[in-house]
Design a protein around this ligand. Structure first.
Ligand code: FAD
Length: 486
């Protein structure tokens, strides 16, 4: 039986482990942290559980082919799901309110209330949202399934422009502004948002009750039950190579572990340029790593309050009375996520709120060199943000019990992701057609998985790239790839 060493116990690493075990390999995961999940995580602060990831999971409806993958990984069995009526509620500076309803007819009605003159454009967008609602991307595809996906590629191209450009297509400037505020997501390609909205509408992208930790633990349990082994607190610093064949790993305590096959399900940049010393790359791959844009790092603020916010929006964007200066940039609008719909995160009379604010990695890396200033800056920003939230909820400040601020440096330290990115490569017009390799030229018995191996990132990408990597590994070892479900 061949031994597979997997670097990283995030969703990709755990999934790769499950598929290796299902296909008769003996696998072991080496994870630098003391728990599973990587970015798909959460943490306790006194009475609060702060969730660090999950908003929605694509593939929660049994009619979606991805559901089968989540069944294979033990994610969906026995779980309850939460449906989103809207993606986000937006309030602008003049007090206009706009909901991005996941029911396309309701969304259409609301857009028409703002602009009759855009009727033709609105109807065409809604028609495409309805088309996306029916679209099911297979997890296993060949030439003929790709052929069937041509109408999908056409719509991908149609909405490939950045959200700001898409919003600019509305004749009514106010509606354009509201759409831009609602989908203000690092100028991602508009298709990502239209597709997400459609998937939420068709119950294909729901929230999994229990949150990120529960999700990660489900895959960890599945892996262990399949006979896999996980070594926590084991940081890999080098991938060992003999005669251009991956042969093992070296840990930061100097231990060397030999294996027949290595899968890196950790940061792509570290894997290629640090642990393999940049010896197995080529001009094409270098160009991708130099020119593709990663998801920006976040300032992730978690606030635990004593108070019941179950009737308040689970996601709202609104303007601050006084902009907050973050990494030399004035932040005027903030988006507040309220997790009180999940009782496992907001027990009794408490609520956990989260804010994800895109920020600058270099600024925080520089500040981190002086811990006192770094901590003071985190505190100042959190205080000003809390002050700003009182505009929406007047009692908020007096109800605050716990505050936690994670910077891009925190993301880098805890997960190793390149420049603190939280989801790999941004899905843009440029990256949409880019394929990232799962193997490296000139290096045998080596595979890569995870959100750095397919633009767009996210949990489905992490798991499906792991599935693809193990499928490839099976093909190279003349094994028929097979899976089981729970
Ligand atoms: C705030 C936030 C919200 C998000 N919301 C969603 C959402 O709603 N839906 C969605 O689908 N996605 C969401 N994502 C994105 C999603 O979490 C990631 O894309 C996904 O978890 C990536 O998984 P991965 O296994 O590829 O990478 P990672 O999670 O980065 O896992 C890599 C693992 O490798 C380990 N590692 C790194 N270096 C080493 C080393 N040297 N030695 C040993 N181990 C190492 C890390 O500790 C980590 O456990 C969100 C992310 C964030 C941060």
């Amino acid at each position: 039986m061949k031994k597979v060493i997997i670097i990283g116990g995030g969703i990709a690493g755990l999934s790769a482990g499950c598929y290796c075990q299902m296909n008769g390999f003996e696998s072991e995961i080496y994870e630098m942290h003391d728990m599973p999940g990587g970015l798909c995580t959460g943490w306790r602060r006194k009475n609060f559980t702060f969730d660090g990831c999950l908003h929605w999971l694509v593939g929660t409806s049994p009619s979606n082919p991805m559901y089968r993958m989540w069944e294979e990984l033990g994610v969906v069995k026995g779980k309850k799901f939460f449906d989103y009526d809207y993606f986000i509620k937006v309030i602008d500076k003049e007090g206009n309110v706009f909901f991005t309803y996941t029911n396309p007819d309701r969304f259409k009605e609301q857009m028409l209330e703002y602009s009759k003159e855009d009727r033709k454009f609105i109807c065409s967008v809604i028609k495409d949202i309805k088309w996306f609602m029916k679209m099911k991307i297979p997890i296993d595809y060949g030439f003929f399934t790709l052929f069937k996906m041509i109408p999908m590629f056409y719509r991908f191209w149609k909405y490939s422009m950045p959200v700001s450009e898409f919003a600019g297509k509305f004749k009514n400037k106010k509606l354009g502004e509201l759409v831009n505020l609602a989908f203000d997501w690092h100028d991602m390609s508009a298709v990502f948002l239209i597709w997400t909205l459609a998937y939420m509408g068709s119950r294909d992208a729901q929230y999994v009750m229990g949150g990120s930790i529960e999700l990660a633990k489900s895959i960890e349990q599945r892996y262990l039950s399949l006979g896999g082994k996980i070594h926590y607190k084991s940081e890999v610093i080098k991938i060992l190579v003999k005669n251009n064949k991956a042969s093992g790993i070296k840990l930061n305590d100097g231990t060397e572990i030999q294996g027949d096959i290595i899968i890196s399900a950790a940061d792509g940049y570290s894997t290629i340029y640090e642990w393999l010393g940049g010896l197995y790359t080529d001009k094409k791959l270098d160009k991708k790593y130099k020119t593709l844009e990663p998801f920006p790092p976040l300032l992730y603020i978690s606030i635990g309050v004593e108070g019941n916010y179950r009737k308040e929006p689970y996601s709202v964007t609104f303007p601050l009375d006084k902009p907050v200066l973050i990494a030399n940039k004035e932040v005027e609008y903030i988006s507040l996520a309220n997790k009180s719909f999940d009782p496992s995160l907001s027990a009794n009379n408490t609520t956990a709120f989260h804010l994800s604010i895109p920020t600058d990695y270099d600024y925080w890396a520089e500040l981190y060199k002086d811990k006192t200033t770094y901590l003071q800056e985190k505190e100042r920003i959190a205080n000003e943000i809390i002050e700003g939230i009182t505009k929406l909820y007047p009692d908020f400040k007096s109800q605050v019990r716990e505050v936690d601020v994670a910077t891009p440096v925190t993301f880098k330290r805890y997960t190793g992701n390149y420049r603190g990115s939280y989801e790999g490569w941004l899905l843009t017009k440029k990256s949409m057609t880019v394929q990232m390799p799962k193997t490296l030229r000139g290096l045998s018995d080596f595979y890569m998985a995870g959100h750095w191996t397919a633009p767009g990132g996210g949990l489905p990408t992490a798991a499906s790239t792991a599935r693809q990597a193990v499928k490839l590994l099976c093909r190279h070892n003349k094994i028929k790839f097979s899976t089981t479900t729970v």
